[in-house]
Design a protein around this ligand. Structure first.
Ligand code: FES
Ligand code: FES
Length: 158
C-alpha cells in the first residue's frame, strides 16, 4: 500500500487491524484508537480518497490502497490550513479526537466546500469529542473552508 505518499510493504497476520498496523508497525501514532468498534471516529483515516474507520478495517483489506493519515497533513513546523484553523479557534483540548476530526473535516472540505454550519455538524457527527462542545471545531472547519476558497487552495501540506 501507499501511506502518506510512500510505498509500504509488510507481511501481516490477516486479523491485524489497520489502526494497529499504522500505529505499531509503521509508528504512525497520530491515528488514535478509542472505542475500537466504529463509534468514536478517533481512528478515521483516508482510504482511496474516502474516510474509513481504521479500527474496522483489516490491514490486508488495504492492500494496494492509498492511505492518508493525520501525519499526511501538515507538520508541527508547517501546519496545514485546517490544522492552523484548529489552533486559531481553540478547536481542541485534550486532542484525543483531533486526528479523526481533522481527517473527517478534510473530507468535508473537499466534498462540501460551501457547507452550512448545520451541514458541518452533520458531517462531523460521526466523530465524538468529550472536551470542546463542538462549537470551536465547527468554527475552525468553517474558517478553513473560507480561507481555502479565498486563496484557491486545497487542504494539505503547505
Ligand atoms: Fe475506531 Fe472508535 S477507535 S471508531
Ligand atoms: Fe478532547 Fe476532543 S479535544 S476529546
Amino acid at each position: 500500500m501507499t501511506v502518506n505518499g510512500s510505498p509500504v510493504e509488510e507481511a501481516v497476520e490477516p486479523r491485524l487491524l489497520l489502526s494497529d498496523f499504522l500505529r505499531q508497525m509503521l509508528g504512525l501514532t497520530g491515528t488514535h484508537v478509542g472505542c475500537e468498534q466504529g463509534v468514536c471516529g478517533a481512528c478515521t483515516v483516508r482510504l482511496d480518497g474516502r474516510t474509513a474507520r481504521a479500527c474496522l478495517t483489516f490491514a490486508v483489506q488495504a492492500e494496494g490502497s492509498e492511505i492518508v493519515t493525520v501525519e499526511g497533513l501538515g507538520t508541527a513546523e508547517a501546519l496545514s490550513p485546517l490544522q492552523e484553523a484548529f489552533r486559531e479557534h481553540h478547536a481542541l483540548q485534550c486532542g484525543f479526537c483531533t486526528p479523526g476530526m481533522l481527517m473527517t473535516a478534510l473530507d468535508l472540505l473537499e466534498t462540501r466546500p460551501g457547507a452550512t454550519d448545520a451541514e458541518l455538524r452533520e458531517g462531523l457527527s460521526g466523530n465524538l469529542c468529550r472536551c470542546t462542545g463542538y462549537e470551536h471545531i465547527v468554527a475552525a472547519v468553517r474558517a478553513a473552508a473560507e480561507r481555502l476558497a479565498r486563496e484557491g487552495k486545497r487542504e494539505g501540506p503547505p
